[in-house]
Design a protein around this ligand. Structure first.
Ligand code: F6P
Length: 308
């Protein structure tokens, strides 16, 4: 997010505009927490995770009253347009504010990669690499002890991070919300992996799956004798967030932040700047918030072959 903020500021000042940063997301917008940002203010932030402006979940912005308060604050400072860096929740706010006549431009950013209008969103690649590092480390212990490991990764209701980190980490089983698998089935997959001579078994599960780490471990522990293997669980949780962004994310954020400014310059309000087939593409916010992004289940099929 910091790289995206930097890009918005610098692309904006390049056009001779004044740029303000909103502290703490929509909560700060409602409270008028806006600070003028110059090029030097956004120096040295690109390599830092998170956002130096702060972020917040803001239920108040879901209400008409909350958004009216935000509009008043924007008008007080003569702000003419808003760039919103975020995922589904944030872009739903963008859509609502834009509908009220205030020009809003979205920038696709969430580690979950569940936002329609961008093949990949800011933060995904970095979060994926953090999950992968954890999986690689757990594999070492799993192999040495011939154990099974359940690793739960974030992603809200979307299985993208679990699927991709499972594929990249060589998991024996991947559990995602888009394709529910019973614990009995996973147990059989792991037994079969051991029979085929594997020294370890890694099960990567998405936090949003019906059978998440807690349910799976409960089942495996209760049936340890019959299954013939013992299991350990690791929930990565927020460790997956906050890491220093990798090159891919910095470049993506720079292109999308600058892309939002270009849309603003062209007066093309109410769109999300996303990356599709390697190009910055603008998708109407209405389409973004009303369309569910589909996970490529072909990759799930591929993971089944790779588990062999
Ligand atoms: O949307 C990003 C995300 O990290 C999800 O993967 C996760 O479910 C959620 O946010 C956690 O939210 P919070 O930090 O508010 O608990």
């Amino acid at each position: 997010m910091n790289a995206a903020i930097r890009a918005v500021v610098r692309a904006g000042t390049h056009l001779g505009w004044e740029v303000f940063g909103v502290k703490h997301g929509y909560a700060g917008l409602i409270n008028g927490e806006m600070i003028k940002l110059g090029n030097r203010d956004v120096g040295g932030i690109m390599q830092l995770g998170g956002t130096f402006l702060g972020s917040a979940r803001c239920p108040e912005f879901r209400t008409e009253d909350g958004r009216q308060r935000a509009l008043r604050e924007l008008n007080l400072l003569d702000i003419e347009a808003l760039v919103v860096i975020g995922g589904n929740g944030s872009q739903t706010g963008s859509y609502e504010l834009n509908k009220m006549g205030f020009p809003v431009f979205g920038v696709a950013s969430t580690i979950d990669n569940d936002l329609f209008g961008s093949d990949i969103t800011i933060g995904v690649d970095t979060a994926l690499n953090i999950a992968l590092e954890a999986i690689d480390r757990l594999k070492v212990t799993a192999s040495s002890h011939q154990r099974a490991f359940v690793i739960e990764v974030m992603g809200r209701d979307c299985g993208y991070l679990a699927l991709m980190s499972g594929l990249a980490g060589g998991a024996e089983a991947i559990v995602i919300p888009e394709f529910e698998t019973d614990p009995e089935e996973i147990g059989a997959v792991i037994q079969s992996a051991y029979r085929r001579g594997k020294a370890h078994a890694l099960i990567v599960v998405a936090e949003g799956a019906k059978h998440n780490a807690a349910t799976l471990v409960d089942y495996f522990t209760k049936n340890e004798k019959a299954l013939g293997f013992s299991v350990r669980a690791t929930t990565l949780g927020h460790v997956q967030r906050g890491g220093a962004p990798g090159a891919y994310d910095r470049i993506l954020a720079t292109r999308l932040g600058a892309g939002a400014v270009l849309a603003l310059k062209d007066g093309n309000a109410g769109v999300l700047a996303g990356m599709i087939h390697g190009q910055v593409v603008y998708t109407p916010l209405e389409e973004v918030v009303k369309t569910k992004k589909q996970l490529d289940l072909g990759l799930f099929e591929l993971s089944k072959v790779m588990e062999l």
